[in-house]
Design a protein around this ligand. Structure first.
Ligand SMILES: Nc1nc2c(c(=O)[nH]1)N[C@H]1C(S)=C(S)[C@@H](COP(=O)(O)OP(=O)(O)OC[C@H]3O[C@@H](n4cnc5c(N)ncnc54)[C@H](O)[C@@H]3O)O[C@H]1N2
Ligand code: MOO
Length: 388
């Protein structure tokens, strides 16, 4: 049995070889950059107007109107003292522009422009290089491309990005009692639900699963199913059959398939019988079958590995601290990830903390962490990971 910190450290310390590929900008969301990026030119590349209005030369209250520049115009105008041109947001300002005045604060009589107030030097002019200077570092290797990052790369004229490839993931669910939703079931059977949570959580963080396999609690079938799954994935996520019951064949089947154990059992609730193993460059998580255990282990342990294998420089869900809405004492006998709701900056621990209870997890939006035996007073800070 390892501690939560030891388990996370073992995952973090895995030596891996990353692969990279070229992605068109429109498909690069959620991938990590495989190379450092620097700005190929100043952004913006030229001084331009932040407003629809008038570009002014000198600081006066009236000007002679001498022309117009629209966004995208490439004409090069040079203003003389006391001259103004009509200008629009994003348009390159003429040479010698002192300021831009927004049109709402102006009036025009014939070709003379009157300002309601004195302009200030530099007002409403977006300076060349104001965001980035040519050659300046934009993103380090491993930066995960979010929507604004895609916009920034696009604004640098980059249409294809070199990114780290993402791991291929397969999912196995085990259990004789499991029936696929939509089919009839007999007494004693239940509907299979963990694979939907795992596939959904994969999707939530930009990963996909390749294959989903349902196995009976049978040693030969489990061995064969794991062998098949390992033929087409980098990460195999198994749900159930990892505890000590007579029908829990996963651990032994993994051994028979040449998977080496990196840890088995974590001192935590839920998810104590969590297993992590490796076969060359393939990784296997066997998540405890209880629905809340399996999904909690996904967020806490599987996600950081998937992100590490995708070349992310930052992995795992960030931890925030929120004051607790009510007193709470951890009597579970293990450090615990509690199903919780963070609302208006405060965390409430939800009813229904059993490992089999997914209803409370579905109502909440966070996992709140509490040490074994810890006693919290109302208002004490609690470490939380937001899961939705
Ligand atoms: N004698 C002991 N028994 C148990 C221990 C223990 O230490 N000693 N640990 C308990 C803990 S903690 C957990 S968690 C579970 C984990 O067991 P398994 O990983 O072997 O999971 P299963 O036995 O296959 O299933 C547990 C539970 O979850 C339901 N389940 C399983 N798969 C699914 C699925 N895909 N969709 C929906 N529900 C699923 C299953 O029906 C069981 O109710 O072991 C405890 N026992
Ligand atoms: O570790 Mo189990 O997940 O407590 O139920």
């Amino acid at each position: 049995m390892v501690t939560i910190e030891e388990a996370l450290r073992i995952i973090e310390d895995q030596k891996i070889e990353l692969k990279s590929e070229s992605k068109p900008l429109e498909e690069a969301l959620g991938f990590a950059l495989a190379a450092h990026t620097a700005a190929p030119f100043d952004v913006p590349e030229f001084d331009n107007s932040a407003m629809d209005g008038y570009a002014l030369c000198g600081l006066y209250q009236q000007y002679q109107l001498v022309g117009e520049v629209a966004a995208g115009d490439s004409k090069d105008i040079a203003l003389q003292e006391g001259e103004a041109v009509r200008i629009f947001t994003g348009a390159k300002v003429p040479q010698n522009t002192t300021a831009v005045m927004m049109q709402e604060k102006t009036s025009m009589k014939e070709r003379t422009l009157f300002l309601d107030e004195m302009p200030k030097a530099g007002q409403n002019v977006r300076e060349k290089g104001g965001q980035l200077k040519e050659g300046q570092a934009v993103f380090a290797k491993g930066h995960m491309l979010n929507p604004p990052s895609l916009a920034l790369m696009g604004s640098l004229g980059l249409s294809t990005l070199e990114v780290f490839s993402k791991p291929r993931v397969n999912i196995i669910t085990t259990g004789n009692e499991l029936v696929k939703p939509g089919n009839p079931k007999t007494k004693g059977q239940i509907y299979e639900s963990n694979s939907y949570a795992i596939a959904g959580a994969l999707q939530q963080f930009g990963f996909q699963h390749h294959q989903k396999i349902q196995l009976q609690d049978d040693f030969e079938a489990t061995k064969a199913g794991i062998k098949t799954a390992l033929e087409s994935c980098d990460v195999l996520i198994i749900s159930g059959g990892i505890s000590v019951g007579d029908y829990d064949f996963v651990k032994q089947s993994l051994e028979e398939n040449g998977v080496n154990e990196l840890f088995y059992k974590v001192f935590q609730k839920p998810g104590k019988p969590l297993y992590f193993g490796r076969k060359q460059n393939q990784f296997v998580f066997a998540l405890p079958g209880n629905p809340a255990s399996s999904l909690t282990c996904f967020y806490v342990y599987v996600l950081p590995l998937l992100q590490k294998l995708s070349g992310y420089s930052k992995t795992g869900l960030p931890t925030y601290q929120f004051p607790i809405k009510h007193a709470f004492e951890n009597r579970f006998g293990r450090p615990s990830f509690l199903k919780a709701a963070v609302i208006d900056g405060k965390v409430a621990i939800l009813d229904g903390q059993g490992s089999s209870m997914i209803q409370s997890m579905a109502q909440g939006n966070a996992l709140a962490f509490v040490e074994d035996g810890e006693v919290l007073k109302k208002g004490d800070l609690m470490k939380c990971k937001l899961i939705s």
